[in-house]
Design a binder for this molecule. Structure first.
Ligand SMILES: Nc1ncnc2c1ncn2[C@@H]1O[C@H](COP(=O)(O)OP(=O)(O)OP(=O)(O)O)[C@@H](O)[C@H]1O
Ligand SMILES: Nc1nc2c(ncn2[C@@H]2O[C@H](COP(=O)(O)O)[C@@H](O)[C@H]2O)c(=O)[nH]1
Length: 206
């Protein structure tokens, strides 16, 4: 059967590498993509908004979501839960629209088990030093949390081989263009496969 569902894109990589920055710039260029807003138990930061940056929920509510199988994936990351609400992703893909997830590595690996046809992109820092500078300069974490996020980053980078694409986020505009090219080429590839499939079906049916 020809697949008319949207494509699931997963942008992942260590904290502070620039996933949010790249995703926001990409969405200014490609208005057809749909962003899946995650749920988290971490406290809301200054400047963040409920239902735009995250759905901020208590640990109890989050654990009920897990029990009721309402999350496509979830992970405990540096002391807090983060997860992807299942219904939005499935409904949006079924309506033929592409969905973009911006999540850490443990969660991305869970998605890969359930959606092997997803497109997995790993955003890579120019160096660990630069990664540290970016987390610090964002000014959202205490010193301890910066250290914990950098420790997590080392483990996450080791999982990079599981991804379909690796994009270095050195210059922001270059990184965004590369991710945009991945989105376009995945569409072209799927259109080609669909056409070939149609030809085979027509030949089979005479
Ligand atoms: N290419 C870049 N060059 C310089 N600074 C950048 C670049 N990309 C992002 N930054 C800066 O690095 C900091 C971290 O970026 P951002 O918040 O997008 O990272 P993130 O991967 O989404 O982090 P987290 O996973 O913790 O949410 C921000 O201050 C952002 O402005
Ligand atoms: N597994 C998931 N990871 C997620 C999700 N939403 C965000 N994240 C990632 O968590 C870390 C920390 O985020 P921060 O906002 O506290 O800096 C970062 O890597 C995010 O990409 C999710 O739904 N699932």
């Amino acid at each position: 059967m020809i697949d008319e569902k949207g494509i699931l894109f997963i942008l992942s990589g260590p904290s502070g590498v620039g996933k949010g920055t790249v995703r926001k710039a990409l969405f200014e260029r490609d208005t057809e993509l749909k962003y899946s807003i995650s749920m988290t138990t971490r406290p809301q930061r200054n400047g963040e908004n409920e239902g735009i940056d995250y759905f901020y929920r208590s640990k109890q509510v989050f654990e009920e979501m897990i029990e009721n199988n309402k999350l496509l994936e979830y992970a405990e990351y540096v002391g807090n839960y983060y997860g992807t609400p299942r219904d939005y992703v499935e409904e949006t893909l079924n309506s033929g629209k592409d969905v973009f997830l911006e999540i850490e590595v443990q969660g991305a690996l869970q998605v890969k088990e359930n959606f092997p046809e997803g497109v997995f992109i790993f955003l890579f820092p120019p160096s660990l030093e630069e990664l540290k500078n970016r987390i610090i300069s964002r000014g959202t974490e205490t010193e301890d949390l910066v250290t914990n996020r950098l420790l997590a980053a080392r483990e996450e980078i080791e999982m990079m081989d599981a991804y379909d694409y690796v994009v270095v986020n050195d210059k922001i505009e270059t990184a965004v263009s590369k991710v945009q090219s991945i989105v376009r080429s995945e569409h072209l590839r799927r259109e080609r496969v669909a056409k070939q499939y149609k030809k085979i079906l027509e030949a089979d049916l005479g």
